[in-house]
Structures are given as C-alpha cells and as structure tokens.
Design a protein around this ligand. Sequence first.
Ligand code: F6R
Length: 258
Amino acid sequence: MKQYPPRIEVVGNADAVAERAAATIIGQLRDRQPVTLGLATGATMTPLYARLVTATRAGLISFRAASSFNLDEYVGVAPQSPGSFRAYMQEHLFRHVDMPAERARIPDGMAADVAAEAARYEAQIAAAGGIDLLLLGIGTNGHIGFNEPGSDFASRTREIRLDEATRTANAGSFPDRASVPRRAITMGVATILDAKRILLVATGPEKAAAVAAAIEGPVGTACPASALRLHGNVDVLCDESAAAALVNRPYTNDRRRA
Ligand code: F6R
C-alpha cells in the first residue's frame, strides 16, 4: 500500500490551531461553492466553530450554498437531547449560520434500523458528489469519527460499540456514567478516506501519543488515524502539546525547527 506523508503544521496553542483551521474552512467556503463539508463534534472543534460563526456574522463567509455531513451520532440519543451531536452542532454552528437546515446532515441515531440508516447516509454522501473537505478530530486511542481501534480500513458507515476510553472522554455531556451511550453510528474509515481533502486537528497533551502513533507509528487498524497516511491530501494541524511526542521534526512552523 502506497503511503503519503501528511502535511503537518504545528502552531503554539489551541487558539492558534482554531484560527488556522478556521482559515482553511473559510478559504474553502470562499473558493468553492457549492461545497460539501464533513464535520466533527467535540472540544477541539468548539473554538473553531466559534470563529466560523464570527466570520459569518461579519459577512466574510456564507454557508448558503454549503452542505455538511457530520461524522457520527450516538445511537439511542434523541436529536433534541443535550448530549446528542445534533444538539452540539445546533449550539455551536448550525443555529448561527445560514446553511439551509435540510443540508446539515447527521446520522439518525434514533433510526429503528441502524444498518439501513447507515446505508442511506452513505448514499446521501455519494449523491452529494462526495465530501470536499472533511474536518477530523482524533481520540486519545487514535479513533477518527467513532472508528475505534480494530476498525477495518474498508469499513463504511455503520453502527459501532464505543470503547470505554471514548465513553470516559465524552462522559461530560451526560448526567452520569450509566447514561453515556455505548453505541454510535459513524462514517467508516473508507468513507473518511473518500473525502477529497482531510484536515485533522489535535490539541492538548492528552492527544500527543495518538498523534505520534497516527503519523509515525505503523499503519494499521490498531491506530485508525494511521489510515490517513493512505490518502494523499491530508493536513494535520496540532498545537505544541499535541505534537510533543513526534520524533521526526521539524514540521511547518515548528518552533524546534533547525
Ligand atoms: C466527534 C468525533 C471524534 C472526536 C474525537 C476528539 O464527532 O468524530 O472522533 O473528534 O473524539 O474529541 P475531542 O475534540 O472532544 O477531544
């Protein structure tokens, strides 16, 4: 399998990462319309979405001609429930920008037939002409979307059992441990690799080991994010603490640059 080194940029802190990542998305919204974005939820994305909201309010960008597909949603969590990824997206992005609601897509975690919902979601992405720019975070265990370690690189959108580490990381959105969902519906690794361009964003020291495994470890299912090295059009944007375990530096903007 041919491997492609991702473009890696290390900037000072989480704010600088959000600024750079937002600039990439703003550039895409300005250059190419209509554009189809792939979107992630989570703490890493919150400051980035805040910048997109500010840019929209300032009239610098518009989502009028954009469409989006979120990576994942919990199974059994209603969209209006505060812990759902739909609720997160509404709060942090969708209700503040001018993207038509019917074009802001998230898998339906309440679908009676999750396998059918997964197939429908794949078909919807294909019908939209694929994803132009997919935004990814990374789990401390190397997951992308909710493709937990062991996920096949040929996997498509499907139901998955969440690792306990993932449940722990995401427990803050739920009142108690027992309410943290055990299952989710996620784009597969192959669905992710079909995106035309990918931007992986990582901040904080807790991501350092996963970032190093993804970029410098073996390519394999033990680290789902290592699959990104098979893609060829991937940007990785990290703050200093998330980049701390990388050995083969320097990278762009690296303070430790020779
Ligand atoms: C969320 C998603 C996950 C997160 C990852 C990092 O839609 O697909 O892969 O990107 O778990 O989450 P945070 O940013 O909360 O550390």
